[in-house]
Ligand binder design. Structure first.
Ligand SMILES: NC(=O)c1ccc[n+]([C@@H]2O[C@H](COP(=O)([O-])OP(=O)(O)OC[C@H]3O[C@@H](n4cnc5c(N)ncnc54)[C@H](OP(=O)(O)O)[C@@H]3O)[C@@H](O)[C@H]2O)c1
Length: 322
C-alpha cells in the first residue's frame, strides 16, 4: 500500500485560470478505491466547462475526468487481484496527473484495447452508449439525428446507433471540413449547422441527440417523429432554458429525456459501470471505433482544452502522462 509520501507531477488549474504543471503528493486510495498510474488522460468538454467556471471547484484544481493506466494500489475492500489490471477510469477530476485515485467500480477493465484508445473511452463512450441504448432506446429501423456529429460523443453515438440497427443516421456539424470526417462513422447524411433544419425538408426522426441547447433544441423538437425521443445531454451553445409543453409532447406521444453521467456516477455507479462494460465490449470487438486524433503532452493541457473549446478538434483528444 502506498503511503502518499511520494511526489508526482500534475497539471493544476490555478486562480488566474491558467493551467500549470505542479508537484503534489501522490494520492492514496481510500476504502473502495484504486490508485492508477496514468498512461494517458482523455480531454473532454467538462474540462472546458470547469475552466469557464460552470462547475465551481476549489482552485488550484487538478482537472482530467478520464484516465487510462494500470492499477498500482487498492484501498480497503478492493480485491488485491485488481493490482496490475489495465483500466480506464471515470473520474471527478485528477486525471492530469501521474497517479490518480478512482472508485474501483468506475475503473473499467481495458485489457482488450490499447492505452490510447482506453484513454479516449472516458465518459464519452459510456455516454454515447447510454444516450443511444438506455435513454433514446434506439431500435432496428429507427431514424436518428445527432448534433455535434463529428465530436467525441457524436462520432461514437452514430456507431452505437448503427449497432442498434438504426435505418437512417443523420449528423449536424459546424463546418464543411467536418462533413467528410463525420461520414467515416456511418452517417447516411451530414449537414452543416447553418443548413439545419431547412436542408431536411419535412423529415422527422425517432431519436435526436442534442448536446447543443437553445435554438437548436427548439428546432430539434420540431423534428421529432410521433413517439420520438429527444435526449438533452449538454448545453454547448447556451445554458438558456428551453420551455416545452408536456401537453404538446403528449399529443404526439413524444418524450424529452435527459442524461447526466456525472450524476449517475454518484447515484447509480454500478449501472453506469455496466453500460461502460457493454460499451467496452463493442469497442474491443471492433464494432465501435474510438478515433483518437490529437495527442498532447502533459504540459500542453492548456492548448488541448482551448482546441476543444474552439471547435478545432475531431473525434477524441488525449494527453500523454506516463
Ligand atoms: N450529460 C452527460 O452525461 C455528458 C457526458 C459527456 C459529454 N457530455 C456533453 O456532450 C457534449 C459533447 O462532448 P464531447 O466531449 O464529445 O465534446 P465534442 O463533441 O468532442 O466537442 C464539442 C463539439 O461541439 C461543437 N460545437 C462547439 N460550439 C458549438 C456551438 N456553439 N453550437 C453547436 N455546436 C458547437 C463542435 O463541433 P463542430 O465542429 O461540429 O461544431 C465541437 O467539436 C458536451 O456538451 C458535453 O458536455 C455530456
Amino acid at each position: 500500500m502506498r503511503q502518499g509520501l511520494d511526489v508526482m507531477k500534475a497539471v493544476a488549474l490555478d486562480v488566474d485560470d491558467r493551467f500549470r504543471v505542479v508537484e503534489v503528493a501522490e494520492p492514496v486510495p481510500g476504502p473502495g478505491e484504486v490508485a492508477i498510474r496514468v498512461a494517458y488522460a482523455g480531454v473532454q468538454y467538462g474540462d472546458v466547462l470547469v475552466r469557464a467556471g460552470h462547475f465551481p471547484v476549489p482552485r488550484p484544481f487538478v482537472p482530467g475526468f478520464e484516465a487510462a493506466g494500470e492499477i498500482v494500489a487498492v484501498g480497503e475492500g478492493v480485491a488485491d487481484a485488481r493490482l496490475g489490471e489495465r483500466v480506464t477510469a471515470l473520474l471527478g477530476g485528477g486525471g492530469y496527473a501521474e497517479i490518480v485515485t478512482a472508485p474501483a467500480v468506475l475503473a473499467i477493465n481495458a485489457e482488450r484495447v490499447g492505452p490510447r484508445e482506453a484513454a479516449g473511452f472516458g465518459w464519452v463512450t459510456p455516454t454515447a452508449y447510454d444516450v443511444i441504448n438506455s435513454v433514446a432506446s434506439v431500435r432496428r429501423g429507427d431514424s436518428v439525428l445527432i448534433h455535434a456529429a463529428a465530436g467525441g460523443v457524436g462520432s461514437q453515438a452514430a456507431q452505437f446507433a448503427a449497432v442498434a440497427g438504426a435505418a437512417r443516421i443523420v449528423g449536424v456539424v459546424g463546418n464543411v471540413d467536418q462533413v467528410d470526417y463525420a461520414h467515416r462513422f456511418g452517417y447516411h447524411q451530414v449537414l452543416v449547422r447553418e443548413d439545419f433544419p431547412d436542408a431536411l425538408g419535412g423529415e422527422t426522426f425517432d431519436a435526436i441527440l442534442d448536446p447543443i441547447g437553445g435554438p437548436a433544441r427548439v428546432a430539434s423538437l420540431e423534428r421529432l417523429a410521433p413517439h420520438g425521443r429527444i435526449v438533452a445531454y449538454g448545453n454547448i451553445a447556451t445554458f438558456e432554458p428551453v420551455t416545452v409543453s408536456a401537453n404538446d409532447l403528449l399529443a404526439r406521444g413524444q418524450s424529452l429525456m435527459t442524461y447526466n453521467s456525472n450524476l449517475a456516477s454518484q447515484t447509480s455507479p454500478t449501472k453506469l459501470a455496466d453500460s461502460a462494460t457493454r460499451a467496452m465490449s463493442l469497442v474491443a470487438d471492433g464494432s465501435v471505433r474510438i478515433d483518437v486524433t490529437a495527442e498532447y503532452d502533459l504540459g500542453d493541457v492548456e492548448t488541448a482544452i482551448a482546441d476543444l473549446a474552439g471547435g478545432a478538434t475531431r473525434g477524441k483528444s488525449i494527453v500523454r502522462v506516463g
